[in-house]
Every structure is written in C-alpha cells, then in structure tokens.
Design a protein around this ligand. Structure first.
Ligand code: C5P
Length: 244
C-alpha cells in the first residue's frame, strides 16, 4: 500500500474551481486556506476572472493547473503557451489531437518565455487525450476515428510522449496502460474521482482516491465532492486522510 505524508497527499489533490467568477471562488478559497493542494482553473473561471486571478492564487502559495485545453495551429499554441508560462502556472494543457508539431510548439512557447524572463518556473505541459464525454459512437460515427476509445487514449498519450510532453489527462482506469506505454515518470492527471459514498454527479467510471492512488495516478482532479460539500474543508481533509 502506498503511504504519503500529509503534505504529499494534499499535493496530489487538484481542486476544480468550476465557478463563474473570482468572487464565487473566493468563499471556497477562504474555507481551504492553508491546505497545500493544487487549484485547477478551467475556462469558465479563467475567461471571467483572467490572469489576475491566477496571479492571486500564486501569491497565496498555491500550485496551479491551468486547464485551458489549447488546440490551434502550432504558431498560435506557441504564443498561448508563452503567455501562460509567464503567468507562472505549474501545469497547463493542450489537446493531443492537435498533433505532434502542435505539442512541440507548446514546448517552444514555454522555452521562449523562460529565455525571456528570469525567475520563471518551467511548467509541465500535459495533453488532453480523448474527452471522457466522447462515447465510442461519437468517436467512430461523428469524429471518424475507428476503434475503441481506450485505443485512441493510448495512441494520443504516446503522441504526447513523443512530442516531449510531461503527461496526460485521463481516466483513472487508463493510468496503468498509459504508464506501461509511456513510462512511470509520465504524469497522469485524473478526473472522475469520488470518495466512497459520494454522489457520482455526471461522472461515469468513477474511482475512489485510494484506488486511484494505488493504480499510479499522480494528480486527482476533484470538484463537486469538495466544492459542493456542506463543509469543503472537512471534505478535502477526509480525502487527504484516505491517501495517508
Ligand atoms: O466535480 P467533478 O469532480 O466531477 O469535476 C471534475 C473536473 O474535471 C471538472 O473541472 C471537469 O471539467 C474536469 N474534467 C473531467 N473529465 C475530463 C476532463 C476534465 O471531469 N475528461
């Protein structure tokens, strides 16, 4: 059984700040004050609250995963990666479906930002493989990719690895095959985590934090089990306890 310190366990949890604006996120941030977890900022909050909000998270000492899922021509992704690196985020992501050249361009954007300013940290760039909302019929009949969703996930993970990225977002059920194909150091960030007894909401194929940890998950994205809890602090503390 994997044993983590409290600090390590908290650092494996990424709280999904799925809020419409900074004021709405603030209440949760106050209730979690002092817990050394990651904060995940997605497009809803970023488009409303902007770079200033990310900067305020960094000033409070949080590690930040900026979940903007970039997908554009390589030159544009390079520019986007350059900008988010300058924000000082710890992790950000791009779509593997953009191809190897686009993922390499993201890394070039990171390097250009690092070369241009002193004291910036190097963010880990990860890839979105196949969105978990994509069913096999959507994949085959709409998007036009043959085969099982799991095969595409693995293929995209390998592309991300080839491009030099540091990991992928994936289901906790896919962690073991991804690690087998891409190496143990290749990071996996997994949503779809539910503490035992928690509401699954709209997630399917869920896994508990402890199971996910044992399968090799590096970071667990957890939203509503914390953000919608009557006592969010107690909710995250009990998740952390499950990982000790
Ligand atoms: O509330 P919940 O724990 O379901 O939140 C999960 C978070 O992970 C949300 O921010 C969601 O957008 C994100 N996510 C996901 N499935 C993916 C990719 C991201 O649930 N495949």
């Amino acid at each position: 059984m994997i044993k983590l310190t409290r600090e390590e366990a908290a650092g494996r949890v990424m709280v999904a700040l799925d809020y419409p604006d900074a004021a709405a996120a603030e209440t949760l941030l106050r209730s979690l004050e002092g817990i050394p977890c990651y904060m995940k900022v997605g497009m809803q909050l970023f488009y409303a609250a902007g770079p200033g909000f990310v900067a305020s998270l960094k000033e409070r000492g949080y590690r930040v995963f900026l979940d903007l899922k970039m997908h554009d021509i390589p030159n544009t992704v390079k520019g986007g990666a350059n900008s988010v690196t300058k924000l000082g985020v710890d992790i950000f992501n791009v779509h593997a479906a953009g191809g190897i050249r686009m993922m390499e361009a993201a890394l070039e954007g990171v390097e250009a930002a690092l070369a241009g300013s002193i004291g910036l940290q190097r963010p880990t760039v990860i890839a979105v493989t196949q969105l978990t909302s994509t069913s096999r019929s959507v994949l085959n009949d709409e998007i036009g990719i043959a085969g099982a969703v799991e095969d595409t996930v693995l293929r995209y993970a390998q592309l991300a690895r080839l491009a030099g990225l540091g990991g992928v977002v994936a289901s906790p059920h896919e962690v073991q095959s991804i690690k087998a194909a891409c190496g143990i150091a290749f990071k996996t960030v997994t949503p779809g985590i539910r503490p035992s007894g928690a509401d699954a909401n709209d997630q399917s194929r869920i896994m508990t934090p402890r199971e996910a940890l044992e399968r090799g998950t590096d970071y667990m994205v957890i939203g509503r089990p914390i953000t919608a809890a009557s006592d969010p602090r107690e909710a995250i503390e009990s998740i952390i306890k499950e990982l000790l």
